[in-house]
Design a protein around this ligand. Structure first.
Ligand code: SGN
Ligand code: CA
Length: 514
């Protein structure tokens, strides 16, 4: 009898324990992966099938209005880790900032609360990650083939193979070897789909048969948008024939990406691209015809690189399922920002315009998040840190600027914020002027400074493609006044003093803030 009583109590304890068990966390963060290139976001599958990312939408929530506070790699990752805007975490741009990894990050707080943590893959915040029991990170942007990693305690290691496969292999190895008694938080940082868009060998040419029609705004003339007219990210004029589109002549080893390859890898690329180059040379394309040829080649390379990414996301999900971890693991898929797939004639990111400002976000956590749910509520990358802390039952520090998405995860129609604030700082490659701005669901107000001094206002309902700057339109003067007030309020709430200085010097602002 006594034995049965003991067994009964053991059973009760183990049920109670498993119910209170802290959730595991897997964040998969890719690089430059546009929501336009995810089938879950485009039900008609305009460009691509991403069956594995779509599994997260099937089993969890897809966010249609998820944004970044500063649309570029390092700053976006710093905001993910700290839950703070760039001016607060100190990492404003890739060119001049250095990341202070000794500051408060959500991973350290998880560690203090019994979690084991790891970052594997692209990190891009220097070489001294803190808050991770293990790391194995790419050097800088990393290479698509045979990349070098820096592993905690081991230094630099070169590995043979395709980057996304190697990153996933390392992630699974870490999961295999972890302490199964403790909850874990693993960040998988993929290099895909960053420039120069190189797929795994098996995916080369995956879109040869696809037909792409150019985006409606491909021939944008940037009328009414000064900063946009000055950028250097146009497919027609700035995308490089050799480096980007791989028209590299007889020996591809002139390019660093190919120099690293072994014979098999090199041959696979040369065999595919050389005939394309021959054909192009014969055709003597010029002007719009050549621009559209470039667009199609770009799409072919970009999307096949996304296929290689999606396959590895599938491997992560399979691993969790096979190892009985799917129920108690929060899986987040996101990218460090959005990307242009020819909209406005562009590649790259950086702008507060929709395609680069918005980023994919899908969250699966069967215990809380309803399957197949879809949210149009505003969320930001800085909201991820407080959300995870709350889910892990760790107190959210007061200086975190993001807001927990938990109400939305429970009910996709809940709203946690009505307006969003943005600030982009880098003033270098691709020639995008620094700018800050505010938007609600209807309007967007942007102030450019440093490279270009200018204002833009968009009516997102009437002009979702942001082609028509109505800042000076007489009929929008009331809206302008309201949006200026909103901008000031957001700047003050976030304590962004750089932006406040620009605003206080501004003649238009002085007029409208009376
Ligand atoms: C590199 C790229 C740019 C890209 C930045 C930032 N040039 O400098 O095209 O905008 O990275 O990207 S490349 O010729 O080196 O590929 S980010 O993802 O790190 O933000
Ligand atoms: Ca990026």
């Amino acid at each position: 009898m006594k034995r049965y009583v003991i067994i009964f109590f053991l059973y009760v304890f183990s049920v109670a324990y498993s119910q209170n068990k802290k959730p595991n966390i897997v964040i998969i963060i890719s690089d430059d992966h546009a929501y336009q290139a995810i089938s879950a976001y485009n039900k008609n599958h305009r460009y691509i099938d991403t069956p594995n990312i779509d599994r997260l939408a099937e089993g969890g929530m897809i966010f249609h209005k998820s944004y970044v506070n500063n649309s570029i790699c390092g700053p976006s990752r710093a905001s993910l880790l700290t839950g703070k805007m760039s001016h607060k975490n100190g990492y404003k741009d890739n060119e001049n900032s250095s990341y202070n990894s000794n500051q408060q990050q959500f991973v350290n707080l998880l560690q203090e609360n019994g979690y084991q943590t790891a970052w594997i893959g692209k990190y891009h915040l220097g070489y001294d990650p803190k808050g991770f029991d293990f790391y194995k990170i790419l050097i800088g942007q990393g290479y698509y083939y045979n990349p070098d990693f820096i592993e905690k305690g081991k230094g630099k290691i070169r590995e043979e193979g395709y980057v996304a496969n190697l990153v996933e292999d390392a992630a699974e190895k870490w999961l295999d070897e972890r302490d199964a008694e403790k909850p874990f938080c693993l960040v998988i940082g993929h290099k895909n789909t960053h420039r120069t868009w190189m797929p795994d060998l098996q995916d080369i040419g995956a879109f040869d048969k696809a037909k792409f029609s150019i985006p409606e705004t491909f021939y944008d003339d940037y009328r009414s948008r000064k900063a946009a007219a000055l950028q250097e990210m146009s497919i027609a004029k700035d995308m490089r024939m050799g480096y980007d589109l791989k028209m590299l002549g007889d020996d591809f080893r002139v390019d660093n990406n190919f120099k690293r390859m072994n014979e098999e890898q090199l041959k696979a690329f040369e065999n595919y691209y050389k005939p394309i180059q021959k054909k192009l040379e014969k055709s003597k394309l010029k002007g719009e015809k050549l621009a559209e040829w470039k667009y199609k080649r770009y799409m072919n390379d970009y999307l096949s690189t996304a296929v290689s990414l999606d396959r590895n996301i599938g491997r992560t999900l399979d691993y969790l399922e096979k190892n009985g971890l799917a129920e108690n693991t929060i899986v987040i898929y996101t990218s460090d920002q959005g990307f242009y797939l020819g909209e406005h004639g562009w590649f790259d990111k950086r702008w507060m315009y929709e395609e680069s400002y918005r980023t994919p976000l899908l969250i699966k956590y069967p215990k809380i998040v309803p399957a197949k749910s879809s949210s149009n509520s505003f969320v930001m990358n800085i909201d991820i840190a407080p959300t995870l802390l709350e889910l892990a039952d760790v107190k959210i520090p007061r200086d975190i600027q993001g807001v927990s998405m938990l109400p939305i995860l429970k009910n996709p129609n809940a709203e946690t914020q009505n307006e969003l604030y943005y600030h982009y700082y880098e003033n270098g490659e691709h020639a995008v002027s620094p700018h800050f701005g505010v938007n609600n669901k209807r309007y967007k107000l942007i102030r450019y400074y440093k490279r270009v001094e200018n204002w833009e206002l968009f009516d997102l309902e009437k002009d979702p493609q942001e082609m028509d700057n109505i800042f000076d339109a007489p009929k929008y003067q009331e809206v302008k006044k309201e949006m200026m007030k909103l901008l000031k309020k957001e700047i003050q709430e976030y304590e962004d003093f750089d932006a406040l200085n620009v605003l206080f010097e501004d003649q238009e602002f002085k007029k409208y803030s009376k």
